[in-house]
Design a protein around this ligand. Structure first.
Ligand SMILES: C[S@@+](CC[C@H](N)C(=O)[O-])C[C@H]1O[C@@H](n2cnc3c(N)ncnc32)[C@H](O)[C@@H]1O
Length: 228
C-alpha cells in the first residue's frame, strides 16, 4: 500500500489561487473568515519583509510538456512542521522548483543563515526570485531543470509537488547519482507527496510519513547509505 492514494493537488478555489493556493483554497470562496484574512495579512507581511513583494497567487506552468506542475506557494503556516528540527548549521538546503521563493523567506525569518539553493525551471519565475532575494548572499537561484542541476553539496532537498511522476522517478535516480559522487546524509522533505510511492518502492530510500497536523500529506525521505 502506498502512502498516498487517489489524492489530488488542492490548489483550488478563486481565493485559493489568488492568495497562494493551499493557504485557504479548500475552505471555499463563500465563507472567507476573519482568520483567513488575518492569515493573508500575515503572509503578506513576511513576503514584504524579505524581498519587498507580495508573492500570492499561483501561475500556470509553461512547461507542462516537461512534466512541471504550476507555480504555487508553500504555506508559511506548514513549513515549521515540515522542516521541524531537521536543519543543522551546516546543511545546504535545496528548494527543488523554488518558484517565487517563499520557502527562503520563511527560512530567513527563522534566522537561518545556511547556504540555500533554489532550482527553478521557468526562467521568468527564477529571475524574479533571484532579483527579489539578491541581497541575501547565502541564497543562490539557478535557472534550469533539477534533473541536470542536482547540487552535490545539497543535504536537505525540499519539494512541494513540483512535477509529475516520470520526472520524480528521474529525480530520485539523479539524487542517488549525486550521493555516489559525494556521499553525505540526504534528507528529502516532500510536501503534497503525490508520488511518494516512487521512493517507497525503492529499498534504497527510507520513507517516513509526516502526520503532525499538516493539511497536505508529507513525508521525510532519507537515503539508506549502506545500500548504494
Ligand atoms: C508547486 S511550485 C513550488 C514552489 C516552491 N517550492 C514553494 O514551495 O513555494 C513547483 C515549482 O517547480 C518548478 N519545476 C517544475 N519542474 C521542474 C524541474 N524539472 N526543475 C526545476 N523546477 C521545476 C515549477 O516551475 C514550479 O515553479
Amino acid at each position: 500500500m502506498t502512502l498516498v492514494s487517489g489524492l489530488k493537488s488542492r490548489n483550488t478555489g478563486v481565493l485559493g489561487r489568488a492568495f497562494g493556493g493551499n493557504a485557504i483554497g479548500d475552505r471555499g470562496t463563500d465563507h472567507v473568515k476573519i482568520a483567513d484574512l488575518l492569515l493573508i495579512l500575515k503572509n503578506a507581511c513576511l513576503d514584504f519583509r524579505y524581498g519587498g513583494r507580495f508573492l500570492a497567487g499561483s501561475r500556470k506552468t509553461r512547461f507542462a510538456e516537461a512534466g512541471a506542475e504550476d507555480t504555487a506557494n508553500s504555506s508559511y503556516a506548514e513549513l515549521g512542521a515540515l522542516f521541524g528540527d531537521r536543519i543543522g548549521e551546516r546543511d545546504v538546503i535545496v528548494d527543488v522548483g523554488c518558484g517565487k521563493g517563499r520557502v527562503f523567506n520563511w527560512l530567513l525569518s527563522r534566522g537561518r543563515a545556511n547556504r540555500m539553493i533554489g532550482i527553478e525551471l521557468d526562467p521568468e519565475i527564477a529571475e524574479g526570485c533571484r532579483r527579489r532575494l539578491r541581497t541575501y548572499t547565502n541564497i543562490r537561484i539557478i535557472t534550469g531543470n533539477i534533473l541536470e542541476n542536482v547540487p552535490d553539496n545539497g543535504t536537505i532537498f525540499y519539494l512541494f509537488n513540483p512535477f509529475h511522476e516520470m520526472v520524480m522517478r528521474s529525480f530520485a535516480e539523479e539524487l542517488k547519482r549525486s550521493y555516489q559522487r559525494n556521499k553525505r546524509e540526504i534528507t528529502v522533505i516532500y510536501s503534497n507527496c503525490l508520488f511518494c510511492h516512487v521512493f517507497e518502492e525503492d529499498p534504497r530510500w527510507i520513507v517516513t510519513p509526516l502526520e503532525a497536523g499538516l493539511r497536505l500529506p508529507a513525508a521525510i525521505i532519507r537515503i539508506r547509505p549502506e545500500s548504494i
